[in-house]
Ligand binder design. Sequence first.
Ligand code: BGC
Length: 760
Amino acid sequence: MKKLFFLVTWCFAHLANAQWTNQQESSVQNILSQMTIEEKVGQMTQINLDVICVGDIYKLQEPHRIDPAKLKEAIEKYHVGSILNCGGHAYPIEQWHEIISGIHQATLANQQQHSDEYKNIPVLYGIDAIHGANYVMGGTLFPQQLGQAATFNPALVQEAARITAYETRAAGIPWNFSPVLDVGRVPTWSRFFETYGEDPYLCSVLGKACVKGYQGEFGNDNNGEIDEYHVAACMKHFLGYSGARTGKDRTPAYLSDIQLKEIYRPSFQAAIDQGALTVMINSGEINGIPVHANPKILVDLLRKEMGFQGMAVTDWEDVIKLVNIHHVAENLKDAVALAVNAGIDMCMVPNDYNFTNLLIELAKEGKISEERLNQSVYRILKLKMQLDLFDNPVPFQKNNYPDKMTSSFQSAAIQTAEESITLLENKKGKTGSLPWASGTNICVVGNAANQLIYQNGAWSRTWQGTDTTWNDPARLTTFKALQQANTGNTYCALSQWSKEAAKAANKKVKKSDVVLVCLGEKPSTEKPGDIDDLNWDKAERQMMKWALGTGKPVVLVLFENRPRLVNEWVEQCTAVVMAYQPGEWGNVALANILFGKTNPSGKLPFTYPRYNQSLLTYDHKHSEELDPSFGSKAYNPQWPFGHGLSYSDLTYQNMSITRSIGNNGKMNWTVSVEVKNDSDRDAKESVLVYKHDRVASVTPHVKKLINFKKQVIKAHAAATYQFTIEPDDLKFVGANGEMLLESGVWDIYVGNLSGTIEIK
Ligand code: BGC
């Protein structure tokens, strides 16, 4: 009987959690009905932590601490709804607790009475925990999103997000500005590493997995409630941010309706369908209209077509940018009206109260209706209720989150990095080729050999990730991780290029069997990461020239924000490995790969360019393959999308396609393929399925990814992969923006095999 009672209570509790209840709805409506205009506008205001700390904005006094008078002003005078961290600092978890409790205490001290039930409205704290809880000291750092994409393993992406959510919540923060769902189409872009790569389908599958990890199971519908181990996800940056023509951050994108629908939209749609609760808007402009001022995107597309019901926050200073960057508003007041009427719910102001004051004026003058404010404030209050912030604003006071920063979380980070690291070249059988036997004498060089900042990338403790306290020699660096993994001689000969250092290294290198060059691109993001040239900087080029001149076999490992050109070196290298920015534990993963403890299974989630001016994606059009002699060699990347070698010899065989009627009563096709592993070690292989429409009313792509699966293939065994293709997978965006299924023949490509599908 007791058991039954328990079961009933459990089910009831879970059901209650899973659904937005009438009770919650009436609580939110009740609060809303008692709020003044000033309070409503306050809820729509998000300020930077600097605004409430001791010191000046961007020049806070150390150690950072809250200024009670400023906090009181923010809560009592301006009724701010949200605070975010600025990118300057990471804090120990205890300091986060002080900050979050301090803010909570200030809301309690505020004497507003919003309903019989809820006296105070909690403040929603938001943060960029984009590859782990990167602003919490000791937080587990995972590979950046681009590396996570290379795993082609949604389960790992989901787990990384779950752990990130757990540690972010342990610090007291319930809202994460992640994942980036911008599709990485332009490899020069400074935020390329923040994307899941160039393919919309891959971005959709992994984006969905990430949202699931952040929000947990209860976030599955828009009404779900999130428990104290999860956070609200924030899809960003809607829409088309990564499509800027110049590849420079926040510059104009010129995108057709077909491109928007086919490339930039699916990842957001997948996340919305997964129940993502918030969205951040693209700071840039599309076809001449800044997105923050475009109701066609923010309302017609996002809300009406795509069905998003959650809360939309601006990006950093994007309302004032309508005046001083985009020049579509004469003054800030016009800009506020433009953005709010276009559909934003919350403004990441974040350094003053001008937005707040002007929005109050606009509302009182009737230039913005109270109905419009209510719509946004309802969404904000609902989000706070969904996060249980009204009843449980500081969960860390009751729960000490025992799993945080434990070795099991680190193991997850190591596994993610291992599955991401991509073997691009390996001259098997040659001296120095991978994997190395333990006992190999290794001369390690390159800036990333002993500086962790190159491993972590931007958004690691600081915004740009260049905080050199990371380079504390006590930490485990790539060099040390290799030393630990090797019984042979591992020594670091040259980390920063200089002629003198190179001379000294010449002597040391003689004792080595192989030179390992760890080449790192300096971490950066957003504007500071803009570049004019994909070639490596001079110091790194000199380093490579030196290494290749030693006469020893050279293995090159790349730690990059985006693909930097390596064409002139590849032929001379014995192996080339892409490490992406694998996070703090990536060096352990790298050592496991180099010494063969782990068989590499990462695959490029983007097309690695060979030349600066040849930046085609894999899903280009047929006309883009024509070269100057009218041959079809114009698409000639260094390595294609999906490329990645294993230490095992893997053969794709026995592909078949069978037609059947699916459970839904619709025609579908089952693609089956076997992958044979002719080696002594187990392998993991991601099999990618592409379609190619032979003739279509809109020029077809040479191929397009429609499915993928990663499985283990035991040594000397074969594994079968099965995929279902449905008619919807064969659709494309038609000339009028509709999803079209035309009759005809499709090639289905799997590895070097192919088959066809026909619809009459
Ligand atoms: C970035 C966003 C980020 C926000 C808050 C902006 O500059 O574009 O991605 O979430 O800052 O840090």
